[in-house]
Design a protein around this ligand. Structure first.
Ligand SMILES: [Zn+2]
Length: 427
């Protein structure tokens, strides 16, 4: 038996917006997208493909504001110190909050780099589609292997959750570690060219990253993209790619390297503005990611969409540098391509999985609607997400938000422990 939802607008993303549209699905798969009306109709709303968040850390869901205003080096040291206060149970509690916050923002798939592995359980429980890349920090392959084996036995794959590996960054992992990770036949993701501090360390062996500690590989004396060039390819998802020059962009394009663009995180940490237009023009497979509240400072995908537009237009001094429709593509099919999940998700297309979000446009300055993509991108927010559906199952409904009180309270207690001071429970 099929289920259907309809709204004033359906934005399939792989075709023009449909006014008064319906999406019909059966056993988790979309069977029809077109004009029509269903019994479950959303007035003054738009149905969009569920967002694919190409870079998250669910385990840092309530780390907002830690080290705000600090340069990248001291900022990352603050986070490492505070994270040490949490045990595995705390990390799971915070990751559960992260999974729910993603669903609340219309996100149906995440690419999550996970320190403890808790993200895999949290995503599975919440019914969030995920690739969870277990983080390793290792110069020696033997260390990488040990960390991988240890973390891998803590987590389980499910029909929605795949397990991958994340060699953390070129300043904490050697090329041999990257090669080992790529040899495992699982999804692989890293951080690359995130900050000028990273470039400074890789080129000269100096700067704030020196103090991170024991994992540092010998500085290769080259820029970040050059440092990883021997292992770059379509199998290695690279988050950030901010401090890249024209030659780097050419390498990313030639090697078909998937990139997760995280404009809010990059701006707030003072890392810079990634050359989004240059990457897109060169044909780089770019998706959009929120990164984590440790830097971003939320899983608000709508805020991320706007930051992508503001950043691109401001950097290029061109209002047409990134349209609302192009931003929406970036966060859906763009991210899906970056994660190699585009055959299954990223557009509302018959045959793909039924991953979708319903966004209210009522009372928005963009309503009545002239351009539905602009109404969603510029007028949208998690508060406007009425329902999020993953694999045909409703996983979030705005009216039922109070059910999360306990999840929030437990996560708040973990945050309070990190701050070293008691915090009253939320009302
Ligand atoms: Zn990250």
């Amino acid at each position: 038996m099929s289920t259907a939802v309809s709204a004033d607008w359906v934005l399939p993303v792989d075709g023009p917006p449909i006014e008064h549209g319906v999406v019909r699905y059966e056993e988790g798969r979309i069977v029809q997208v077109g004009p029509g009306r269903a019994e479950r109709h959303f007035e003054d709303a738009a149905i969009v493909p569920g967002f694919v968040n190409a870079h998250t850390h669910l385990e840092y869901a309530n780390y907002a504001g830690f080290g705000d205003g600090m340069p990248f080096g001291p900022w990352i040291r603050t986070h490492i110190a505070r994270k040490r206060q949490l045990d595995a149970e705390d990390m799971l509690a915070v990751a559960r909050l992260g999974a729910l916050e993603c669903l609340r923002s219309g996100v149906t798939t995440v690419a999550d780099y996970s320190f403890s592995g808790a993200a895999a359980q949290a995503a599975a429980e919440a019914g969030l589609r995920a690739i969870v890349y277990l983080e390793v920090f290792a110069v020696l392959v033997a260390d990488a292997e040990q960390q991988w084996n240890e973390k891998r036995q803590r987590v389980e794959e499910t029909p929605l959750v795949r397990i991958g590996i994340s060699p953390h960054a070129p300043y904490t992992c050697s090329l041999e570690t990257y090669r080992y990770c790529l040899s495992l036949g699982v999804p692989v993701g890293t951080h690359l060219a995130e900050s000028p501090h990273e470039t400074e360390w890789l080129r000269n062996g100096r700067g704030p990253l020196e103090e991170i500690g024991m994992f540092l590989v010998p500085p290769p004396g080259v820029r970040p993209v050059q440092a990883l060039e021997p292992v770059l390819g379509p199998e290695l998802l690279c988050a950030h790619c901010v401090d890249v020059d024209d030659a780097d962009v050419r390498v990313l394009a030639e090697r078909d390297v998937p990139v997760a663009h995280c404009p809010r995180s990059n701006a707030l940490l003072g890392c810079g503005v990634a050359p989004l237009s240059a990457m897109r023009a060169a044909g780089v497979r770019v998706g959009l990611g929120t990164d984590s509240p440790a830097s971003a400072p939320s899983f608000d995908l709508f805020d991320e969409l706007r930051a992508a537009v503001y950043g691109a237009r401001a950097a290029e001094q061109r209002a047409d540098a990134l349209s609302a429709a192009a931003a929406l593509e970036l966060a859906t099919i763009g991210s899906a391509r970056a994660l190699r999940l585009d055959a299954a998700v990223g557009t509302l297309t018959a045959g793909k999985r039924a991953d979708l979000a319903v966004v209210s446009l009522a009372g928005s300055p963009y309503h009545p609607v002239e351009d539905p993509a602009a109404a969603v991108v510029f007028g949208g927010s998690p508060d406007r997400v009425l329902e999020t559906i993953v694999d045909g199952q409703t996983r979030y409904r705005k009216a039922e938000e109070t059910e999360w009180r306990e999840v929030r309270n437990i996560a708040s207690a973990a945050r309070a422990r990190m701050l070293g001071s008691p915090q009253p429970p939320l009302p």
